[in-house]
Design a protein around this ligand. Sequence first.
Ligand code: NAP
Length: 502
Amino acid sequence: MAVLPTPADTDASVLIIGAGFGGIAAAIELQRAGFRDLTVLEAAPEVGGTWFHNTYPGAACDVPSFLYQYSYARRTDWSRGCPPQTEILDYLQTTARTFGIDALVHTDSPVQACVWSADDRRWTATTSDGRIFSAGALVIATGQLHQPHYPELPGIETFEGEAFHSARWRHDLDLRGKRVAVIGNGASAVQFLPEIAKVAGHVTLFQRTGNYFLPRRNPAYSARKRRLLATVPALQTARRTAFTGALEYLTSAIRHPRLIGWGPGAFSRAYMRWQLRGDDELRRKVWPDYTFGCKRVLISSYWLPTLRRPNVDVVTDRLAAVEPGGLRTTDGTLHDADIVIYATGFRTTDFMLPMQVLGTGGRRLQDVWADGAHAHLGITVPGFPSLFLMYGPNTNTSGGSILVFLEAQARYIRKALELVRVRGGGAIEVRPEVEAASDRALQARFDGTAWLTCQSWYRTGTGRIVANWPGYMREFVARTAEVDPAEYTITGAPQPETAPTA
Ligand code: NAP
């Protein structure tokens, strides 16, 4: 077996863009493997990514904390099954500090452009204030749920009250007694609307599509349970195993809607019917009209009861325009509002906006992806040497923990860079035919699944699924366990006799 040169022997520098769960996972993985010249650029003033930006009331993770944490940095004293945003942000920032990653992070450094130079085989990243960083490899970890999406409604700028997106919560505004309009009823709205309905004078929810719900009360752990979970490792393992099984089962329901999905679908419908008993009109309004699992299944015991509150209305007429005093729907009604909250999700099919990424020959990644983003294992793209993506195309999960995916991606990137290192340096690039074949195989795996039965944020306008991995967590982990040198070309370095093993 070839001996690994130390990082100092080769150009081992790596630039990571984004200091959320993905960027921090990549930095920890590379640092633990001996890569020393690491720089992390983060647009926000703090480490945290989506958990820094999403501070709306009730923000929490609907994936249980025992699975929503790094496997090598397990916290055992979580306050509840699905902890609040503050606890998750604190966990991520503490982990970054514990591993010494915070010292590598340049905050307030939004990157405008990343350019590959074939001559010196380096990436150069330019921040909006003109600073230039360069490195032999680039990891883009800017996430899929990053750029707030606003609906294209005429008159949106004419609204005379306050308006903001759920991912940019205006904590300076007092909602008490106000008439609040909420557009959208996805995972974010489902968490904050029950909270604001407790204080607002009136809430009008503008809903386009009904959703499926599964129960989750999420009470705080009792002191005894917390002590037990913190001190009995077998209990922690049992929880992780149980949650993993439950999430893989949810994926099997989405993958096989007729054979398996009918079961959880029927359970969800029965649960919703029970929560909405006695209110047929509301039930008709909020009822989903698509296959269970096509959109994200929402997990909340509080959403439907909140919609029954006297100060909450659900409007299913389509929005026509925003006017100075509120929102007008297509039936001609003006719904007065003091505050409009856009819970309309993110620009999920436009990866990495507003950054420009230029690869070999100055080719723009956005142009390569004009018909929908694609990458080998969601990580590498032909024509973009030594560029790696964290949470890239087709690595989202509707029934799993993204942390499992991120750790697998970070490991894969580390192994790819070790392969470069063992060859004495150079640039690594996935072979175009390998990427094309793996993309065809991946897209084919969506056939027959629930994901193809409706439009969702996982799909482009043409219907191509660009967000989700089509299978199980365990498959992604297995598929990315090793870097196959035959799938890559390494340019600018002598070829070694042997490749590194794990
Ligand atoms: P989302 O799921 O994309 O929901 C956006 C909502 O806005 C949908 O109800 C959508 O309706 C509606 N909408 C969009 N454009 C509209 C328009 N022009 N007119 C009317 N309605 C419009 O966004 P999100 O709630 O922010 O959640 C995004 C993702 O973030 C989630 O799926 C999840 O992966 C993640 N998330 C996770 C957690 C967690 O606890 N782990 C919490 C929050 C978010 P349609 O359904 O009809 O498109």
